[in-house]
Design a protein around this ligand. Structure first.
Ligand code: SAM
Length: 263
């Protein structure tokens, strides 16, 4: 799980970085999973609560629970959504009884788990028979524009170091069809695999760049590891790869999505 420790950073920096796509991605994942009013849902690896918030809006806070092993993120989620029970726990050891939820979801988490096979088995265990287990991960190697352009720019300025940190290379379960294999291996039935697209708006390039300098996420950790000169070179290469500057702009980001029926 390359980079899992980089999520110990502040929830605010996360929200301004990848979290900016969270609500839009959550709406697409909820639609893909076929979630309906009245369901009880668990959000695994909730982070500061992007998916949890949309679930709570659709299902009511009392019908939603959330878990994350990062204390600051779990705390941020709990503060944001006081009616949702948020626990500090990893997917591999969920503190819930068998058959507790109608639907168990995770958004952008599978590739950060230490043991994804065990994590998905746990997600299936806490889901009732015939309930839904669904997830999504970024298409890091392709059309997650923010991160693809970042690693391409990083490779422009530090080819060797960036090549071994590039999330398009190091992240498992993020290739076309890979999540479906993981779902079937965990005993889930009627597995569906597809793509969903999220969007985010930026005031200008500096609005996009600022959170990276805090060290959040693997891309932020790489940015922070550079000296001042290297960071300035990355800043310019990244802006040029995105072809943006002082004007507002929008980026799209593709994620792979999977859903299956619990045994
Ligand atoms: C990219 S963030 C996604 C957060 C949130 N789901 C969202 O959509 O914004 C990845 C999250 O996975 C969490 N995480 C890392 N390892 C995990 C594990 N083994 N089980 C559950 N969550 C994990 C991190 O703490 C972090 O909150």
């Amino acid at each position: 799980m390359p980079g899992a420790e980089t999520f110990r950073a502040s929830a605010d920096a996360y929200d301004r970085h990848v979290g900016r796509y969270g609500a839009s991605l959550a709406a697409a994942l909820i639609e893909f999973a076929g979630i309906e009013p009245g369901m009880r849902a668990l959000d695994v690896g909730c982070g500061p609560g992007a998916l949890t918030a949309v679930l709570a809006e659709r299902l009511g806070e009392a019908n939603v629970r959330a878990a994350d092993p990062s204390e600051p993120f779990a705390q941020a989620c709990s503060t944001r959504l006081p009616g949702v029970e948020v626990v500090v726990a990893a997917a591999e050891a969920l503190p819930f009884a068998d058959n507790t939820f109608d639907v168990t979801l995770s958004q952008l988490v599978i590739n950060f788990m230490s043991d994804p096979e065990a994590g998905v088995r746990e997600m299936a265990r806490v889901t009732r028979r015939d309930g839904v287990v669904a997830s999504c991960v970024w298409d890091y190697a392709g059309e997650m524009t923010l991160l693809r352009a970042f690693w391409d720019a990083a490779r422009d300025i530090e080819p060797e170091r960036a090549a071994i940190a590039d999330e398009g290379v190091v992240m498992r379960w993020c290739g076309d069809g890979e999540l479906a294999e993981l779902w079937r291996g965990a005993g889930l039935r009627e597995v569906r695999f597809g793509q969903i697209v999220a969007r985010a708006s930026y005031k200008n390039f500096e609005d996009l760049w600022a959170p990276l300098t805090t060290g959040v996420a693997p891309s932020g950790a790489f940015t922070k590891s550079l000296d001042d000169e290297g960071r300035a070179a990355l800043h310019d290469a990244y802006r040029s790869r995105l072809g943006v500057g002082e004007e507002p702009f929008e980026l799209t980001a593709r994620a792979w999505a999977v859903a299956g029926i619990a045994p």
